[in-house]
Write a protein that binds this ligand. Structure first.
Ligand code: CA
Length: 224
């Protein structure tokens, strides 16, 4: 789903129609703050962001968004506004189009950005409301950054890359601890319990991190 954030009704309607005709599912928001909330609650595949919004500057919105979401963003900038374009790219925009632009051009840029973000460059893993950025080594749960030790992060990233898959402790020792000949299961248990606590859950009442008795563990999106 694409999200168009644009306050100009005429542009919003025209873009929605043109991109829908080109096979995209399109949603739109006329203001920045509701858009930000929507992106966090129900992440779209890509955001087309107008910089001149009535409630909040598009660049400011990007700065608020980036710590919690890696959703691809294409900004729509006014003609000849190099300063805003550079600021938007610095704030984490993936690409930009200069107004007025054609739906053809925007669609081409959308496809290019989606191709790039789907490639092996992607290091951001999302499991429900958990976002793990493997390269930046950050983990954010429901908008709150988790304070993880290096091994806890490695463990979480490993499980987040395999959502729903039951992983044995032997496998975790081999792949996360690089200790293929086994060793102390207790090491894994202890780290899992630390991780659980940081995720704000317990083994008795798991939310995301579930033990499968006698087999291993799995990470699943939290049930709403
Ligand atoms: Ca505008």
């Amino acid at each position: 789903m694409l999200l168009i954030v644009e306050d100009d009704l005429r542009i919003r309607t025209a873009l929605t129609r043109a991109l829908t005709e080109r096979g995209h599912a399109v949603a739109s928001e006329p203001a920045g703050m509701p858009a930000l909330q929507r992106i966090i609650d129900d992440p779209p595949d890509l955001v087309v962001l107008d910089l001149g919004l009535p409630d909040i500057d598009g660049i400011q919105l990007l700065r608020m968004l980036r710590p919690v979401s890696a959703v691809p963003v294409i900004v729509a900038t006014a003609r000849d506004d190099d300063v805003a374009t550079v600021a938007a790219l610095d704030a984490g925009a993936d690409d930009y189009v200069v107004k007025p632009f054609s739906a053809e051009q925007l669609d081409a840029r959308i496809r290019a950005v989606l191709r790039r973000s789907a490639g092996p460059e992607t290091t951001v893993l999302e499991v429900g409301d958990l976002v793990v950025d493997v390269r930046a080594r950050t983990a954010v749960l429901a908008g709150r950054a988790l304070d993880l030790r290096p091994r806890e992060f490695d463990l979480l990233a490993y499980l987040a890359a395999r959502p729903g898959e039951v992983v044995t402790k032997r496998t975790l020792l081999a792949d996360v601890w690089q200790s293929p000949y086994g060793g102390a299961d207790k090491t894994v248990d202890v780290h899992l319990s630390w991780l659980r606590r940081k995720l704000g859950e317990t083994a008795a009442e798991p939310r995301m991190l579930h033990s499968v008795r006698g087999v291993g563990v799995k990470l699943v999106p939290a049930q709403a």
